[in-house]
Design a binder for this molecule. Structure first.
Ligand SMILES: *[C@@H]1O[C@H](CO)[C@@H](O)[C@H](O)[C@H]1NC(C)=O
Ligand SMILES: *[C@@H]1O[C@H](CO)[C@@H](O)[C@H](O)[C@H]1NC(C)=O
Ligand SMILES: *[C@@H]1O[C@H](CO)[C@@H](O)[C@H](O)[C@H]1NC(C)=O
Ligand SMILES: *[C@@H]1O[C@H](CO)[C@@H](O)[C@H](O)[C@H]1NC(C)=O
Ligand SMILES: *[C@@H]1O[C@H](CO)[C@@H](O)[C@H](O)[C@H]1NC(C)=O
Ligand SMILES: *[C@@H]1O[C@H](CO)[C@@H](O)[C@H](O)[C@H]1NC(C)=O
Ligand SMILES: *[C@@H]1O[C@H](CO)[C@@H](O)[C@H](O)[C@H]1NC(C)=O
Ligand SMILES: *[C@@H]1O[C@H](CO)[C@@H](O)[C@H](O)[C@H]1NC(C)=O
Ligand SMILES: *[C@@H]1O[C@H](CO)[C@@H](O)[C@H](O)[C@H]1NC(C)=O
Ligand SMILES: *[C@@H]1O[C@H](CO)[C@@H](O)[C@H](O)[C@H]1NC(C)=O
Length: 469
């Protein structure tokens, strides 16, 4: 049933019942679902999933006369509620508005109409959004649906790689939302597959045997560039708070409130399927916000952090090892679920979006803006490594959120892939001396310096206790 048919149907239900039902059905709200997708790329990767917006036109299917021999997926958990800290901060902004005694004007006027805050139960903080905890039964953006849809898409392209080995392992960190995403993905695969879900502890005690090695890299400091980041202009935020305060006499929103409104918009989309808060911002403000998020990600976990690539080398090195051993390994599909920061570390090591220039803090470098965090790791992000063989040669390439992203310096193979021999040299050159072993220093919690769970899970059965984070 198309959206238009559904609306017509609901409209007729409304007409034949009493007028009060119109409000209950939130008729205008329903119409809003699906109309806000153009801004998803500007929400710092906090809103619903979207495909990489810049498609170079390279099909992600295996090139002609080639055969897929291995696929790896490093995925982020799906759409979620805000974290406890960001949700609590957002609530302060909501209370300011809810306690305002005047009638709201302009973009905040939705607050006049019995608006209910999208977090009805704070025990949902940190959780994946699901059919059950979503505020609107028609919300198309739950993490649950995203993961199930992803696994159907995965099957459509890679079924041949798993049909001979229907018993295989999938890996997740022990963050509950990562685990739940993996479970939903597995549910989506259906009854033909018997998956052993390996739950790897995020704790520093895991050392490098982890999907979150940033916690085990003793010298890694996410905040090493905080002074630099503080130089990015906050004028766009005060523009927003000034505008809203001027429109609504007596309202005292701050720049922090303005920043919270972006998060409110993004997470409300995940929970409810639409958000009137998203209509508060101008296009310029969305660009400034999105670029601020790129800067934070780049300088905290990406190529702008002195140890971003060292931390990321753990997954990159393991990935290369799996590719090298492809012929010997029965399992041909390796799927792992973790957080955006860990994927940003990994991508920093791979160097897919590293043009060698540091992101500029004094203006948005439109022409040279290669690193876009939300495009790479939105909720439900999926970074694929494909290995295929053509005329007895093997090749490797990356598919980031459905779009083939060639390695800039190695793309001579079919479909702009990298010949394996050159690929391993490339890995060597990227990891070099800036790796976990040589750069992270000793860790009080663990001496483990390499990732082994892909190889020893049958003996070890990873089953770390889940936690909400
Ligand atoms: C007003 O703000 C306080 C916290 O400052 C909050 O507890 C209260 O629920 C708010 N009132 C409404 C109507 O939301
Ligand atoms: C499913 O996999 C588990 C090991 O992960 C194994 O014990 C069990 O026998 C398998 N079930 C089927 C139906 O293959
Ligand atoms: C990590 O493990 C140690 C030792 O088991 C424990 O004391 C600590 O609380 C754990 N940390 C977290 C964040 O779970
Ligand atoms: C709403 O805007 C109108 C026109 O700009 C203004 O007269 C009125 O005072 C505003 N209301 C509030 C509550 O600020
Ligand atoms: C906003 O601040 C002004 C001056 O600081 C104060 O008079 C006013 O009561 C505040 N309004 C609200 C809604 O908090
Ligand atoms: C790369 O992986 C191999 C095999 O797992 C391991 O022996 C080696 O220590 C790893 N190297 C780095 C730099 O992580
Ligand atoms: C950033 O751009 C400004 C111009 O807006 C330029 O003066 C400055 O040198 C650039 N900084 C870096 C680190 O590239
Ligand atoms: C590929 O290599 C195998 C053995 O290494 C050989 O038997 C086969 O003929 C080769 N195929 C092609 C297309 O070169
Ligand atoms: C790491 O190795 C050192 C030296 O062998 C040892 O003293 C220390 O207890 C080990 N630490 C852990 C957490 O295993
Ligand atoms: C994990 O499995 C081991 C052995 O299979 C068991 O002793 C341990 O209690 C399990 N831990 C959790 C958290 O389930």
């Amino acid at each position: 049933m198309g959206a238009a048919t559904l609306l017509t149907l609901l409209a007729s239900v409304v007409v034949i019942s009493d007028a009060a039902a119109i409000k209950q059905l939130h008729f205008t709200d329903l119409e809003k679902i699906g109309t806000q997708e153009a801004i998803f790329p500007f929400l710092g990767g906090a809103g619903p999933h979207f495909s990489f917006p810049l498609d170079y036109g390279i099909p992600k299917e295996v090139p002609e006369k080639c055969e897929m021999t291995q696929v790896q997926v490093f995925a982020r958990h799906g759409e979620r509620y805000p974290t406890k800290s960001s949700g609590t901060s957002m609530l302060q902004t909501y209370y300011k508005l809810a306690n305002y005694t005047g009638t709201f004007n302009d973009s905040l006027s939705f607050m006049n109409d019995d608006y209910e805050f999208f977090v009805q139960d704070t025990s949902n903080f940190e959780e994946e959004t699901t059919m059950k905890n979503s505020l609107d039964p028609l919300n198309p953006y739950t993490g649950e649906m995203d993961a199930k849809k992803h696994s159907r898409e995965f099957l459509a392209q890679y079924e041949d790689l798993i049909s001979d080995t229907p018993n295989f392992a999938i890996f997740t960190s022990n963050s509950k939302r990562c685990h739940d995403t993996a479970k939903f993905f597995i549910d989506g695969l259906g009854k033909d597959y018997n998956i052993s879900l390996q739950v790897v502890d995020e704790n520093a005690t895991s050392g490098a045997n982890s999907l979150t090695p940033r916690y085990s890299c003793a010298k890694f400091d996410e905040d090493e560039n905080s002074d630099l980041l503080a130089t990015y202009s906050q004028d766009y935020l005060t523009d927003i708070s000034d505008r809203l305060n001027n429109e609504n006499r007596g309202l005292n929103l701050t720049a922090k409130d303005a920043s919270n409104l972006f998060a409110w918009c993004a997470y409300e989309l995940n929970v409810r399927g639409y958000s009137y808060v998203c209509d508060v911002f101008t296009e310029e403000e969305l660009i400034f916000y999105s670029y601020e998020d790129d800067l934070e990600s780049y300088y905290e976990n990406g190529n702008g952090n002195s140890l971003g690539t060292a931390v990321g080398s753990v997954l990159f090195n393991a990935s290369a090892e799996l590719l090298k051993q492809s012929d010997q390994l029965d399992q041909k599909a390796w799927l792992s679920f973790t957080h955006d920061s860990d994927l940003v570390n990994y991508i920093a090591a791979v160097g897919l979006f590293d043009d060698g220039n540091k992101l500029n803090l004094s203006h948005v470098p439109f022409r040279d803006h290669v690193y876009r965090k939300s495009w790479i790791v939105p909720q439900g992000a999926r970074i694929y490594t494909q290995q295929f063989s053509c005329s007895n040669q093997t090749y490797v390439r990356y598919v980031v959120n459905d779009v083939v992203i060639p390695i800039e310096s190695c793309q001579s193979g079919p479909g702009f892939s990298c010949p394996s021999k050159s690929f391993y040299e490339y890995v060597e050159s990227r990891i070099g001396e800036n790796n976990f072993i040589s750069s992270c220093g000793s860790n009080d919690a663990s001496n483990i310096t390499s990732l082994t769970f892909y190889w020893d899970y049958q003996q070890n059965n990873y089953n770390a206790t889940l936690f909400k984070k």
